[in-house]
Design a protein around this ligand. Structure first.
Ligand code: GLA
Length: 370
């Protein structure tokens, strides 16, 4: 940044998914909320066609030539930044050259969408610098294109949508087919509750291969069932669908997606009437389904969930793609300390590395702060 002031500073948050896991790439329902942990990007225009990027969390400085950008030309963490510029260009918007200084307190590789937060903060900054005035939903889709086609991870739209559009004190109920969204009040502290995030601190390495495999399995099942996507299988059609499939593994994947969509709708119903306590069993049922039917849990995640429940949590589940990363537990405030202690003890007994716990605060989506 060479000592000069930025033209603006933009932020975008990480997220926790309350419920609705592995449903977004099946055209289904999700209910994430934004964290207070966020990525900020201080941006100053340059006269040339370069983006120079420095991150307080990374040792290297990245220089990106905006002319001739193509997937594969920038790798590592810089690909999330370059990918956004590339995706903007692919939509016909030419971002200006800029110096970007990045700072983040979203844990990296923990399943809290540090990469979506980075993409969204950069998208908001490049949009703001150039004065495109693109709607938040468009910026979320541009960030997803960056991740899908430049970085190469076939994620759905959930993380980018919540990072761009979340409202503080609310979760984002999103229909990922129509993109209809509703801010549903979710403020556990007003109900005497807390939402604890347990970071297992186990990197979710398998996620890259296993996620793509789950996505392919869902697409195959939809083709075999002759529906556009698994969103189109309703709970009352599930038994018929399962007996039509024959393949037991594929059947379990379908059952997860169909029942998870129903759990999102049930959770939204309860939150709309302010009954936060009542969502606990739905969270725990989601975990069982992710563990047994979708098979994306891990030993650490299962131990975290069991230990949280036995210490008084109303419900607990893995959050995000799975295979490591974080679990969440909804609990009465007075049970929080016991839960954190119990999870830490259970990890110690199993000789797992120590987990890190914090209380999540449903926060606002991307915006300019300066
Ligand atoms: C990752 C992806 C999301 C979503 C979740 C699983 O976070 O980026 O699009 O598919 O996994 O629900």
């Amino acid at each position: 940044m060479a000592g000069r002031p930025p033209d603006g500073v933009w932020v975008a948050p990480g997220r926790v998914n309350l419920i609705g896991e592995h449903t977004d790439y099946n055209d289904g329902f999700v209910l994430p909320f934004a964290l207070s942990q966020r990525v900020s990007v201080a941006a100053a225009r340059r006269r040339d066609r370069n983006l120079t990027v420095v991150s307080r969390q990374q040792p290297d400085r990245v220089t990106i030539d905006l002319d001739g950008l193509a997937p594969g030309l920038v790798t590592g963490w810089g690909a999330y930044v370059a990918g956004v510029a590339w995706a903007l260009q692919a939509r016909g918007y030419a971002p200006s050259g800029a110096d970007l200084l990045i700072e983040s307190d979203v844990p990296i590789g923990a399943g809290l969408s540090s990469s979506a937060a980075l993409e969204c903060a950069v998208a908001a900054a490049l949009d703001g610098l150039a004065g495109f005035g693109l709607p938040a939903v468009d910026l979320a889709q541009i960030a997803q294109t960056a991740e899908n086609d430049f970085v190469g991870f076939p994620c759905g739209l959930m993380d980018q949508m919540v990072s761009m559009t979340a409202i503080a004190g609310h979760a984002l109920f999103l229909d990922t087919r129509s993109l209809l969204a509703e801010a549903v009040p979710f403020d556990p502290s007003r109900a005497g509750l807390t939402l604890i995030v347990v970071n297992t601190n186990a990197p979710h390495l398998l996620v890259y291969t296993e996620y793509a495999e789950r996505r392919r399995a869902c697409e195959l099942a939809a083709r075999l069932l002759k529906v556009r996507s698994l969103r189109d299988v309703t709970p009352d059609q599930l038994d018929a669908a399962l007996s039509g499939l024959r393949d037991a593994t594929l059947g379990r994947r379908v059952r997860h997606v169909v029942t998870e969509n129903a759990r999102v709708l049930a959770t939204v119903d309860r939150l709309r009437v302010g009954d936060v306590h009542a969502i606990g069993p739905l969270l725990s049922a989601s975990h069982q389904s992710l563990r047994d039917d979708f098979e994306v849990s891990s030993a650490r995640l299962d131990v975290a969930v069991t230990a949280a429940l036995s210490a008084g949590a109303l419900g607990a589940r893995l959050t995000g793609a799975g295979f490591g990363g974080c679990a969440i537990a909804l609990a009465p405030v007075e049970a929080a300390d016991d839960i954190v202690t119990n999870v830490a003890e259970a990890f110690r007994r199993r000789r797992f590395g120590a987990p890190t716990c914090f209380a999540a605060k449903p926060s606002a989506g991307a915006h300019q702060v300066w």
